[in-house]
Design a protein around this ligand. Structure first.
Ligand code: ADP
Length: 385
C-alpha cells in the first residue's frame, strides 16, 4: 500500500527544517569561531552600555575575563577623563550611525592606559530596531609608539641634515667673499690657514652628510630586503686598524686602544663589517664625552671571533638593552636628549651582523659605561649568500 501523501509532505518539511537548523547552527558556530579567533577585541553591549559578550582577545587586550565583564558597564574600561565619550557614542548608535576607527584610550585591568582604535556598529533585531552595539577594539599602542618615534626621527633627521648644510653654506660664503669681485686682493687679507681650515671644515661636514644619507639609504635597503652583501675573505686585524683610524678623526679627546688577540682572515662583507665597527666606535665616542679612553678588544678561536667596543661613558639601563637595536629607538632621558642621532645605527649594525649569522649584544649599566660586542663565525662557505 502506498504511503499517505501527507506523511511524505510532513517528513519532507521536517527534513527541510532540520537542514535549515543545521545550517543555522553551522553558520553560528563559524561566526563564533571567527569572533573567538580574532586578533581584535570584539565586545557587544546594550544601549545602556551593559556588556553582553566578550571574546578571547578582549581578555587578552583588557585583562578581564568574560565572567568578570559580562553584565558590567563598558565604562569600567574608560579612563575617568574620557567618560563623556560613551553617551556621545550611544547617541550616534541610536541614530543608526557607525563609529569608524575612533582612536582613543582605554584602561586595562592592571591599570595601564592603552591606545585603541574602536569601530562600533549598531545591532538591529529582526524588525530593524536598534537593540545594542558591537564593538571591535584594536590595541594600537605599539603602532602609536612607532608613529611617535617616526615623527621624532623625521624631526631629528631634518635637524641633523640641516646643521652641516648651514655650516657648509657659511664657509662657502666666507670663501666667496674672499674671492669676490672688487676684492681681488682678498687673498692677502685672509691667511692661507683660514682658507685651509674652512676647506677642512667643509670637507668634514660633507663626510658627515654622506654618513647620514648612507644610514638613511641603508635603512630603506633593509626595509625592502635589498641590503646586499659582498662576501670575501679578508684580514680582520687590518680592517679593524683601518676602522679605528677612521674613528680617530671623530675625536680629539679619546685614545682608541686596540687589544687584538686574534690573527687571521674571516669570510664576510668587509665594508659592511667595518661600518658596524665604525658605528659602535662613533657611539662610544658620542656617549662618553667625559672619558678619555675607548678599548677595542678582539678575541677568537678557530670557529668564531668577537669584537668588543668598551667605553666609560653614560651607560645604558638594563631595561633598554634589547630596545636600542630597534629601528628609531633612542633612550629617552634628560642626559640623552643632548646627543644627536637618528636611532638607526644599531638597527643597521644588528641587521648586518645577523646577515653574517653572527650576534651582537650589549653589557652596560647606567653611568657605568658600555661594552658592545659582535661575534661572527669564521668558516663560512665561499658560496654563502
Ligand atoms: P643614535 O643615532 O641615536 O646614536 P643608535 O641606533 O646608534 O642611534 O643607538 C640607539 C640608542 O642606544 C642611542 O640613542 C643611545 O641612547 C643608545 N646607545 C648606543 N650606544 C651607546 C653607548 N655606547 N653608550 C650609551 N648609550 C648608547
Amino acid at each position: 500500500m502506498a504511503k499517505p501523501p501527507t506523511l511524505t509532505v510532513n517528513k519532507t518539511m521536517q527534513d527541510i527544517l532540520d537542514a535549515e537548523r543545521k545550517a543555522a547552527e553551522e553558520h553560528r558556530a563559524r561566526l563564533v569561531a571567527i569572533v573567538e579567533s580574532s586578533e581584535d577585541a570584539i565586545i557587544s553591549k546594550t544601549l545602556e552600555s551593559i556588556i553582553t559578550s566578550w571574546n578571547a582577545s578582549a581578555q587578552r587586550v583588557f585583562g578581564y575575563s568574560a565572567e568578570e565583564m559580562i553584565g558590567q558597564s563598558i565604562t569600567k574600561l574608560i579612563p575617568e577623563e574620557l567618560l563623556d565619550e560613551e553617551p556621545q557614542i550611544i547617541d550616534r548608535l541610536k541614530r543608526g550611525e557607525r563609529v569608524d576607527h575612533f582612536e582613543t584610550q582605554r584602561r586595562t585591568k592592571d591599570g595601564r592606559i592603552i591606545e585603541v582604535s574602536l569601530t562600533i556598529s549598531p545591532i538591529k533585531d529582526s524588525q530593524g530596531t536598534i537593540i545594542g552595539a558591537s564593538k571591535i577594539a584594536r590595541d594600537i599602542t605599539e603602532i602609536k609608539k612607532l608613529e611617535q618615534r617616526k615623527d621624532d626621527f623625521i624631526k631629528m633627521a631634518s635637524h641633523e641634515l640641516k646643521t652641516p648644510i648651514t655650516s657648509i653654506k657659511g664657509y662657502v660664503q666666507l670663501l666667496q667673499n674672499i674671492y669676490s669681485e672688487g676684492n681681488e686682493d682678498g687673498m692677502v687679507k685672509v691667511s692661507a690657514t683660514t682658507v685651509k681650515s674652512s676647506l677642512n671644515t667643509i670637507s668634514k661636514q660633507v663626510d658627515k652628510l654622506t654618513r647620514l644619507v648612507s644610514e638613511l639609504l641603508d635603512l630603506s635597503r633593509i626595509e625592502s630586503g635589498k641590503l646586499e652583501l659582498y662576501m670575501t675573505e679578508f684580514d680582520l686585524g687590518t680592517m679593524i686598524e683601518e676602522a679605528v683610524q677612521d674613528a680617530r678623526h671623530l675625536t680629539s679627546k679619546h685614545a682608541l686602544v686596540v687589544h687584538n688577540n686574534f690573527e687571521g682572515k674571516i669570510y664576510g662583507d668587509r665594508d659592511r663589517l667595518s661600518q658596524v665597527l665604525l658605528n659602535l666606535l662613533a657611539n662610544a665616542i658620542k656617549y662618553s664625552p667625559d672619558s678619555l679612553e675607548i678599548d677595542i678588544i678582539v678575541t677568537g678561536d678557530k670557529k668564531s671571533v668577537s669584537v668588543s667596543v668598551k667605553d666609560y661613558g653614560i651607560g645604558i639601563d638594563k631595561k633598554e638593552h634589547t630596545r636600542i637595536f630597534e629601528r628609531f629607538y633612542r633612550v629617552e632621558g634628560k642626559s640623552e636628549q643632548t646627543y644627536p642621532g637618528f636611532g638607526i645605527g644599531l638597527f643597521i649594525a644588528n641587521e648586518i651582523v645577523h646577515r653574517h649569522d653572527g650576534t651582537i649584544r650589549v653589557e652596560s649599566e647606567k653611568n657605568k659605561g658600555s661594552i658592545f660586542t659582535f661575534t661572527l663565525p669564521i668558516n663560512l662557505k665561499p658560496n654563502y649568500r
